[in-house]
Design a protein around this ligand. Structure first.
Ligand code: MG
Length: 304
């Protein structure tokens, strides 16, 4: 009798936030299909692979994370109790960050209370995670750089459906404590470009870690009180786009590394300096120098 009552209470009060999308108007069939998961390419640093969470710690920088890993291997916000989580590592160079996420279906909630979380690069610049399906997106909607720029288009899938962010971030450049170049971010959501070389005009977006914007920071995933889920998180450090300073002390532009499209398979385009690192890390699994891409990169170096 007790278990029957408990079961009834769960059915009535505890609707599965990843269950059926009852009553939701679906705009096109693809919106209910998971975006294809992208395996970490060679040379990437895996931050979450479905099991280990030891790349992360609590926002306080010392406690373990309070989020749970579900039976399926998803990292879920323990709503309102876990707190934000951050990578133990701080990133100061340009990065390519891949994050897969899905937001719960919360038909009774609205606005910022519906599937809210967020991916902050350097702990400061939030790419919003929210259920903004079918909305005319603002800068605080899903894909928005919070308080800075709205997404170019609404590329959201329906709630409960897996989505992906591919974020290319270049940190701001500081010289003698003065910002001489703003940070720049390009974001693809589910393969669609939603920010293209967007300048980040703030040193910290709402609820970010703040701190000295001339210094690196961790990747932060936000606890905004909703059970948002993450899977398959990886990052590639790219070579700095500035190489030293010229005779006037102005940072010089260096060669840019590129990455393949978000679903282009395991090959990563790295410059020769990165290849040296790759050799150290991967031993036998070095990408051979005679691979065509390195020839193209060498040509590019020569042209400069
Ligand atoms: Mg948020």
């Amino acid at each position: 009798m007790f278990s029957f009552a408990l079961g009834l209470a769960l059915m009535v009060g505890g609707q599965n936030p990843y269950g059926a999308l009852e009553g939701l108007k679906i705009l096109k069939p693809a919106d209910t299909q998971d975006y294809k998961s992208t395996p970490a390419p060679a040379g990437a640093q895996v931050l979450f692979d479905g099991k280990a969470t030891d790349a992360f710690q609590h926002r306080d920088g010392k406690s373990p994370i309070g989020w749970k890993v579900t039976e399926e291997g998803y990292l879920e916000v323990t709503a309102g109790k876990g707190g934000d989580i951050i990578t133990k590592e701080k990133f100061s160079s340009p990065i390519h960050l891949h994050v897969e996420f899905r937001v719960p279906f919360m038909p009774k909630a609205s606005g910022q209370g519906r599937g809210n979380s967020g991916v902050y690069v350097q702990g400061r610049y939030e790419v919003q995670v929210l259920d903004s399906y079918g909305l005319d997106s603002k800068d605080n909607d899903c894909g928005g750089i919070y308080g800075v720029a709205k997404p170019l288009v609404n590329a959201c899938k329906a709630p409960t459906v897996w989505q992906a962010y591919d974020i290319d971030f270049t940190p701001p450049v500081f010289e003698n404590g003065k910002k001489v170049k703003e940070g720049v971010i390009t974001v693809k959501q589910n393969g669609v470009t939603i920010h293209d070389q967007q300048k980040i005009t703030k040193d910290n977006t709402t609820a970010g870690l703040g701190g000295n914007p001339a210094e690196g920071g961790p990747i932060l995933l936000q606890d905004h009180g909703n059970p948002v889920q993450y899977r398959n998180i990886w990052v590639v450090k790219k070579p700095a786009t500035t190489v030293g300073v010229d005779d006037r002390g102005i940072p010089k532009e260096g060669p840019r590394a590129e990455l393949p499209g978000e679903n282009a398979g395991p090959e990563v385009i790295l410059d020769e300096e990165a290849l040296t690192t790759e050799k150290k890390v991967l031993g036998e699994r070095v990408i051979p120098l005679n691979q065509p891409i390195f020839g193209r990169l060498r040509d590019r170096f020569r042209r400069r």
